[in-house]
Design a protein around this ligand. Structure first.
Ligand code: ADP
Ligand code: MG
Length: 697
């Protein structure tokens, strides 16, 4: 086998390959585009395209595709082969600069809601040279942005790139006003930790709910869940370990910096974390990671579940979006250094993030809203629906001192003393972790923990970049107005910003009931569900924000909000329909059969004169009989609820109706079915149980 350094990026048209295969001038020009955002000439594109093709064909590729990220949140691709007819009825392999730069595709089948009428179907995919091309399944994949004929954005990459540029610009203004002379660019860095479940395919195939809805809609808990806390970081089973090993290798080939892997809190739950990179590449890589995770699982006879809540009663899966800002000279702007109180530049950036998160809590919340994530947020396993920001004790002390106008007494971090001579002692981190915070400062980055496991991280990062850019913009504007921008003036602005927005800072337990009340007192939002959260996209202040910076137009925001509400309704609809089929076709017959068996037994006992009123068969049969009636009633009620909600044709009204009318009926039906399961013999039960699914690998 190849060594890891050899394997790494072997399927990527990266700088190393470019340097080897491109003429020096072309390479230099392309680098200018990649690093400084300069436009690319068609000559350069032609040379690059040809080199890419030769490289890809040598690696066995036959096709190319513009790989893009429509608003569905998954990636899309349409494959074209390299073949072109030549003389003598033969073909040659060709790939032009034009085909590299621009693709045309029918955009009408992708969600756009209201941006275009369906007859205006033309959509363009445009090469993003800042994210490397790669080979996947014999196809050269070219990361592209996707927009409509009239220029409207139809994807998740274009606005992300815009927000990254915006943040660079505003952060540079701050650096310059603070006397920066070295940095020329500020780069948004992101590392997305990905949680997932693995179940055996033979069980998965028998669960209609997993197949259609991605989560179990019925099922009693296994006798053992995560209460012993023995799965987190626990020993990895050989089958899972083999999967993880191959996952690393496949990701490495694609240039994904897969770094950490471990078991997560719930049985059958695992995590993979990569080393961070630019926000754009991290987003592409996370999409690829999810795709590879799913495909590879099948090869191992497993199915990878990326749903936010596949199983009731144990933790669901999220994605921690680690986010920071770095200069092109390699300085992390969110690094507090040893003496944060004296680090004015750090404090300006910290204050800006605090302001941004406070002012746009609703947008951050909306960026993680989905039917799946509703099953997880606020369930005491993931952050609540209330957005707050954790800074830790030390920084709170620093900010407190600034607010009060007193000097902060810097205490050096304590040393870790184990009391055991052979164990090394070391200097401790100055703050502990807080696992309950939705938005936590973790040393030199913020970790946004509300993102759902199946999400594209694009949405959250677009929001994060834009809101922080605005806060930096505001602060830069204040500072640029001053005749002398001295230390005192900057610190006054930090103080003012912190005081105005400190209500968002919370260092306590986010899972506690007291916090819910405290947050309400502070006037923080608690947008519990997706239909509550999504309208934030069309709130006046938020439309104004995105329009001001040219990230989204009002039409685009309205369309996004609508398409996400529609998605919520569709998901709930599919879940409800799946439940109806399962209840009617499988669960009901199983219950009837078992009850029949009990009744028959009781009858047989009566025939030989040994039946009594106290017999278990009789008692169970009566209970089941009542539950079967309840199951029938609840099935009918769910059916009626769906029919009622389907009559609503306004998407904004339909989504809340699915939540308020359909969801309670789904819950009621599940409760009855689960009770039936708990008393029905295994051989009658039509589905693999939670025991099988979570402990069967
Ligand atoms: P922890 O386990 O404390 O959350 P890790 O160091 O394991 O922290 O990092 C978790 C994730 O955060 C990884 O994906 C890592 O690459 C990413 N990360 C670390 N530093 C940064 C940074 N400056 N910007 C963005 N992401 C980062
Ligand atoms: Mg983490």
């Amino acid at each position: 086998m190849n060594s890891i350094p050899e394997m790494f990026g072997s399927m990527v048209f990266n700088t190393k390959v470019m340097r080897e295969r491109l003429p020096e001038e072309t390479y230099a020009e392309l680098q200018k585009t990649i690093k400084d955002g300069e436009p690319l000439s068609s000559d350069v594109a032609n040379v690059v395209a040809n080199a890419m093709k030769e490289w890809a064909v040598e690696k066995g590729a036959t096709h190319y595709t513009h790989w893009f990220q429509p608003m569905t949140g998954v990636t899309a691709e349409k494959h074209d082969s390299f073949i072109e007819p030549a003389e003598d009825d033969s073909v040659i392999m060709e790939f032009s600069g034009k085909a590299l730069i621009k693709g045309e595709s029918d955009a009408s089948s992708f969600p756009s809601r209201g941006i275009r009428a369906t007859f205006e179907a033309r959509g363009y995919t445009v090469w993003d040279p800042t994210s490397y091309a790669f080979i996947k399944d014999g196809t050269l994949c070219i990361p592209t942005a996707f927009c409509s004929y009239s220029g409207e954005v139809l994807d998740k990459k274009t606005p992300l790139l815009r927000s990254v540029e915006l943040l660079n610009k505003q952060a540079m203004r701050i650096l310059n006003v603070l006397g920066n002379t070295e940095a020329h660019r500020v780069i948004t860095t992101v590392g997305a930790e990905q949680e997932y479940f693995l179940v055996d395919k033979k069980y998965y195939d028998k669960r209609k709910d997993l197949i259609f809805a991605g989560r179990t809609l019925f099922g009693t808990p296994a006798p053992k869940g995560q209460e012993l806390e023995d799965h987190y970081y626990g020993n990895i089973k050989p089958r899972v370990s083999a999967y993880m090993k191959e996952l690393d290798e496949e990701l490495w080939k694609l240039g994904v910096l897969a770094k950490t892997k471990h078991n997560e809190a719930a049985p059958a739950q695992h995590e993979m974390a990569p080393i961070y990179t630019t926000a754009n590449i991290a987003t592409d890589h996370n999409q690829l990671t999810m795709e590879v995770m799913k495909k590879l699982a099948l090869k191992h006879g497993l199915v990878c579940l990326l749903h936010e809540k596949p199983f009731a009663g144990v933790n669901g899966s999220g994605k921690h979006n680690n986010w920071s800002l770095t200069t092109d000279t390699g300085e992390n702007l969110l690094n507090p250094t040893k003496r944060p109180y004296e680090n004015t530049r750090f404090l300006v950036f910290l204050a800006a993030v605090i302001k941004a998160v406070d002012k746009y809590q609703d947008l951050l919340r909306a960026s993680v809203a989905s039917a799946g994530n509703d099953c997880r947020l606020g369930g005491f396993e993931a952050p609540p629906a209330i957005v707050s920001l954790y800074v830790g004790d030390e920084l709170e002390g620093v900010l407190d001192a600034i607010e009060k106008g007193v000097t902060y007494e810097q205490h050096t971090a304590a040393r870790f003393e184990s009391g055991v001579d052979v164990l090394p002692n070391f200097r401790k981190d100055t703050t502990d972790r807080n696992r309950t915070s939705p938005f936590a400062f973790t040393g030199n980055k913020f970790e946004f923990r509300m993102v759902g496991s199946s999400f594209s991280i694009s949405d959250s990062n677009i929001v994060l970049n834009t809101i922080v850019a605005e806060a930096l913009d505001d602060m830069a504007t204040e500072l640029e107005k001053l005749d002398v921008c001295d230390e005192a003036a900057v610190r006054a602005l930090i103080r003012e910003t912190y005081v105005a927005h400190k209500r968002i800072v919370f260092n306590g337990n986010n899972y506690s009931e007291e916090w819910v009340q405290e947050a309400e007192k502070r006037g923080l939002l608690n947008l519990k569900t997706t239909p509550d959260a999504l309208p934030a996209f069309v709130a006046e202040k938020n439309i104004a924000l995105f329009e001001k910076y040219g990230i989204f137009t009002e039409t685009e925001m309205r369309s996004r909000c609508e398409s996400m509400l529609e998605n919520y309704s569709n998901v709930r609809h599919i879940e409800a329909m799946t439940m109806l089929i399962m209840a009617r076709k499988d669960i009901m017959p199983a219950a009837v059969l078992y009850m029949h068996e009990l009744a028959e037994t009781q009858k047989a006992k009566a025939d030989i004169g040994i039946a009594t009123e106290q017999d278990a068969e009789l008692i169970l049969a009566k209970k089941l009989s009542a539950l079967i009636r309840e199951l029938h009633e609840n099935t009918e009620a769910l059916d009626a609820a769906v029919a009622e909600v389907m009559k609503i044709d306004d998407g904004a009204a339909q989504a809340p109706a699915y939540k308020d009318i359909v969801l309670p009926c789904m819950d009621a039906l599940r409760k009855t079915a689960d009770t039936i399961q708990s008393m029905t013999g295994s051989k009658y039960w039509p589905y693999p149980t939670y025991d099988d699914l979570m402990f069967g690998v």
